[in-house]
Design a protein around this ligand. Structure first.
Ligand code: F6P
Length: 355
């Protein structure tokens, strides 16, 4: 094992997420402890293409565990989507004796990792995104911190809403996924949550708000997932005012939710995943993504993870399932059913106890 892996690279790509630094630290220290050198790739796949590298020592990653963002910088790289870009990235690995890569990010990052794996550069992915939209894992690094940031901000918004007897409609990030919205909605006692995974009944929301106001409730909070579209939250705010007479304000915290000190849970998840990724890479494994399933950290085939994602989002293309066995497809279907049941259950709870 030591013979093959003398040096590994680590990169973060896509939207940054709190806890990425904890993963970078874990990978670096875990590899060095096993006698393997580590090189940081600066700026995601673009850094690999442009040979923007920096060697990482144990001291280089000292103290970063508590910092949000990513000290290796991040980017979404178009050039890497094409063969020419990928070949440049491979050339950088060969020229710099990088024997394998650990890639932290979301689905775009894993597509890059699988493309490199197929072309002979062993890669292991670590899920880092606030959106939690990687179906194959129960949790992604950054999700917990983002949710805690949302409830912290909204607790403040609720103070002022209460003083002015208002409703706040808060749009939270999550791209096309409603995980942040539904979890924080429940944690905030929101009167309504709008997310693409569940049908949204506006009339029921107005009726509930009117009934609660009649009972004396002063303030309200409604959480809207970013995936509902950029106009949705503001339009809903106006409609709430019109239909309930309750003065309302629209709030979009946007990227504020993506920064900040990572929570214990994100640091711990990132540390365990980083160590596991190094373990697998040095054991000769490739084309895998580290996942947390039922409180266990496991590894899943990247292609399986990408396709189960498409299945869950109803975006399967012709031929997507062709290379999988019936058992693998059944596992995908079971996981999608689990995720759908999660949303249905959470939504139901929100409707029952929210307000
Ligand atoms: O994927 C993380 C995320 O913050 C999403 O929640 C959001 O839709 C997107 O990235 C925003 O991207 P950008 O930082 O490029 O505006």
């Amino acid at each position: 094992m030591e013979k093959k892996f003398r040096k590994i690279g680590i990169l973060s790509s896509g939207g940054d997420a709190p806890g990425m630094n904890a993963a970078i630290r874990s990978v670096t220290r875990s590899a060095i402890a096993r006698g393997v050198e580590v090189v940081g790739i600066v700026g995601g796949y673009a850094g690999l293409i442009n040979e923007n590298l920096k060697p990482l020592t144990e001291m280089d990653v000292s103290g970063i565990i508590s910092h949000g963002g990513t000290t290796l910088y991040s980017a979404r790289c178009n050039e890497f989507k094409y063969e020419e870009g990928m070949q440049k990235a491979i050339a950088t690995c060969k020229k710099n004796d990088i024997d394998g890569l650990i890639c932290i990010g979301g689905d775009g990052t894993f597509r890059g990792a699988t493309d490199l794996s197929i072309r002979g550069i062993p890669c292991i992915g670590i899920p880092g995104t606030i959106d939690n939209d990687i179906t194959a894992t129960d949790y992604t690094i950054g999700y917990d911190t983002a949710m805690n940031t949302v409830i912290d901000l909204c607790d403040k918004i609720i103070d002022t809403s209460e003083s002015h007897s208002r409703c706040a409609v808060v749009e939270v990030m999550g791209r096309h996924a409603g995980y942040i919205a539904i979890e924080t909605g429940i944690a905030l006692g929101a009167v309504g949550v709008a997310l693409i995974e569940m049908p949204f009944d506006k009339e029921a929301l107005f009726a509930k708000m009117n009934a609660l106001r009649a009972q004396g409730q002063q303030s309200f909070i409604v959480i809207v997932a970013e995936g509902m579209g950029s106009e949705f939250g503001e339009a809903l705010t106006k409609e709430i005012e019109e239909r309930t007479g309750i003065e309302s304000r629209f709030v979009r915290p946007a990227h504020i939710v993506r920064g900040g000190t990572p929570t214990l849970r994100d640091r711990s998840l990132a540390s365990v995943m980083g160590d596991k990724a190094v373990d697998l890479l040095l054991a000769g494994k490739s084309d895998l993504v580290i996942c947390s399933r039922n409180n266990e950290v496991i590894a899943t085939d990247i292609k399986w993870a990408l396709i189960v994602d498409r299945m869950f989002k109803d975006k399967l293309k012709d031929g997507d399932l062709d290379s999988f066995t019936q058992e693998q497809i059944d596992d995908m279907k079971a996981l999608c059913a689990e995720r759908r049941a999660y949303f249905e259950n959470m939504y139901d709870i929100m409707l029952t106890i929210g307000g």
